[in-house]
Design a protein around this ligand. Structure first.
Ligand SMILES: [Zn+2]
Length: 563
């Protein structure tokens, strides 16, 4: 019996090895032929930009993957469409071949290195100081140490989530712009990467190394573009699009609602801050609670996204007693490619500043106009709050120890509003205008009584000041565009967009390096992706991207909490 088994094994080995070698040779020949074929295809004159970066696209599996998701639509001739279809098919085959031959496959389970990867003693020591756990839809991530070390911990422990979030951003970028992700990464490499400071770059390099150890391929350039995707897609791209003569109205940007109050406005006379994020549900991946203990600078507890070294949604507290949030300035145009990326300035300000003034100075230095926001800041050491409206040409600053500031995506400074935005600030049918009015009503009604519980109720508010009734839609502080058939402004009917989270903090929690957060709609309303896509097939490009968002409870997160 044993002899029979041995003979069978021997026969199998003798047959399989030559077959495998033959397959490998065929694959290599196929790759060579396809590469030559793609390079030899003619290119129509009006589509140069699509092929200009063919080389870059072929350099990474990531770029190729993004390239086959959707056929380019900017080129009109039938002949070109045939060529494009052929090229797309060739790309697809090439992707499969290259993937099979060289891609390390899906990320390993979090906390385990990819097959064939052995962590160094130093890397294992780094990972001893970091951890992750999941709670009520959030992903708590503790990172500590030097930049490279923090980055490695981040990339390794969140490899699966970063891979998924990157996939979503690549698809969303292609859908948003019609351009390849690899093209964006190549452009970002030219002007965006060189302006990022060494510490932030070292942390990003660490993430790339951590990802690689877990079996996910990326690059410094890609992660910089990914970190800066908000400013690149919604601030740089509109200008660049004009240059390319693409004629398409801009899409709605991320929006938010926020308030900060102090003195006689609040129940205990101390600072209360509340913020929620409005964004597309398909790319709502900002469920990270980033707990940072850097070797230099302030401890940070902030909301984030897998693979981002900044907050992005922007809700943070620091070891220096600073709390902060922002809302974008609607209708803003302007971007300076010579400036420092907003994400890099935000991270530097959060980690390095010890006062509101220092924080603002860091944000203003090298301002590129990207992700132009109205920042609401508070210092629990002095009980002072402030608002920094950071346009590109116009910057406004106010501070007080008694009162409140609001954020509803409407510029408050009249010069900034008139000269750097095209926003109609009195059109009450618009979301930002309606939410701004609602905030003022709530601040008046609750003057002297604002506390954490009131802040949670504000975030979940469904009162529409245009309709004068409760109606959850795009105009309410807890926004639900997916419920609205006839929206105004730049929204389209039933867009799966709205409030994706809520966070609140007061001076007591901030002192303990803690805040309360709720993932999903601020009101707790659940969203079922499958039912939605069945009812709204116009959004079928989100198939496989849009995820259900169950109702989650409010949860307090504290710096240093272990699983
Ligand atoms: Zn709601």
């Amino acid at each position: 019996m044993l002899v029979l088994v041995l003979v069978l094994v021997l026969v199998l080995v003798l047959v399989l090895v030559p077959v495998l070698v033959l397959v490998l040779v065929l694959v290599l020949v196929l790759v060579l032929v396809l590469t030559i074929a793609i390079g030899a295809l003619p290119t129509p004159v009006n589509c140069e930009y699509d092929d200009e970066h063919e080389h870059d696209r072929l350099q990474t599996t990531i770029g190729i993957c993004a390239g086959v998701l959707q056929m380019p639509s900017a080129c009109p001739t039938d002949g070109y469409r045939v060529i494009t279809a052929m090229k797309t098919l060739l790309h697809l085959v090439l992707v499969l071949v290259v993937s099979a031959a060289s891609h390390p496959g899906p990320a390993a389970e979090n906390g385990a290195p990819a097959a064939g990867v052995k962590l160094t003693d130093e890397q294992q020591a780094w990972l001893q100081r970091a951890w992750r756990f999941e709670k009520n839809g959030w992903l708590f991530l503790h990172l500590a140490g030097a930049p490279q070390e923090r980055g490695f911990q981040h990339g390794f422990l969140l490899a699966r989530e970063i891979q998924e979030s990157l996939r979503g951003e690549r698809i969303a970028w292609k859908h948003h712009s019609g351009m390849e992700w690899s093209w964006l990464v190549a452009r970002a490499k030219e002007f965006f990467v060189p302006a990022v400071d060494p510490e932030n770059l070292a942390e990003i390099d660490g993430i790339v190394a951590g990802l690689a150890a877990a079996g996910v391929l990326s690059s410094r350039e890609e992660l910089v573009a990914y970190n800066g995707i908000i400013e690149l897609a919604y601030y740089w791209w509109p200008q660049e699009k004009d240059r390319l003569k693409a004629d398409r109205p801009p899409e709605p940007r991320k929006a938010c609602s926020a308030f900060i109050a102090t003195g006689s406005a609040t129940a205990d006379g101390r600072i209360v801050l509340g913020h929620n994020t409005m964004g597309g549900y398909a790319t709502a991946n900002c469920n990270v609670i980033l707990d940072l203990a850097p070797e230099r600078g302030q401890r940070l507890l902030m909301q984030g996204q897998p693979g981002w070294i900044h907050s992005g949604t922007d809700f943070f507290i620091t070891g220096a007693g600073l709390v902060g949030a922002e809302t974008t300035i609607s209708g803003f145009t302007g971007f300076d490619t010579r400036g420092i990326p907003e994400f890099a300035r935000m991270r530097r300000a959060a980690q390095d500043a010890t006062t509101i003034d220092e924080w603002c100075a860091i944000m203003k230095r090298g301002n590129n106009g990207g992700y132009a926001n109205a920042w609401l800041l508070g210092d629990i050491k002095t009980n002072e709050i402030a608002r920094l409206e950071l346009g590109l040409k116009y910057v406004a600053f106010e501070r007080t120890r008694d009162g409140y500031y609001l954020g509803a995506n409407v510029a408050e400074d009249i010069s900034l509003l008139r000269l750097e935005t095209d926003f109609r600030e009195t059109d009450i049918r618009l979301s930002g205008v309606a939410r701004r009015v609602r905030w003022k009503q709530l601040m008046r009604q609750h003057a002297g009584k604002i506390d954490l519980e009131a802040a949670k109720r504000f975030e979940a508010d469904h009162y529409d000041v245009y309709l004068h009734r409760e109606f959850a839609g795009e105009r309410t502080l807890c926004a639900h565009s997916e419920l609205v058939g006839e929206p105004l402004g730049r929204y389209v009917p039933f867009a799966p967009t709205g409030t994706i989270d809520a966070k609140v903090v007061d001076a007591r929690l901030a002192h303990d390096m803690a805040f309360a957060a709720r993932w999903g709609a601020a009101c707790g309303r659940a969203f079922d992706a499958k039912l939605f896509l069945a009812a709204r097939p116009q959004f079928d490009w989100m198939e496989g991207l849009l995820k259900s968002r169950p109702s989650q409870p409010w949860t307090v997160f504290r710096s240093g909490t272990k699983p």
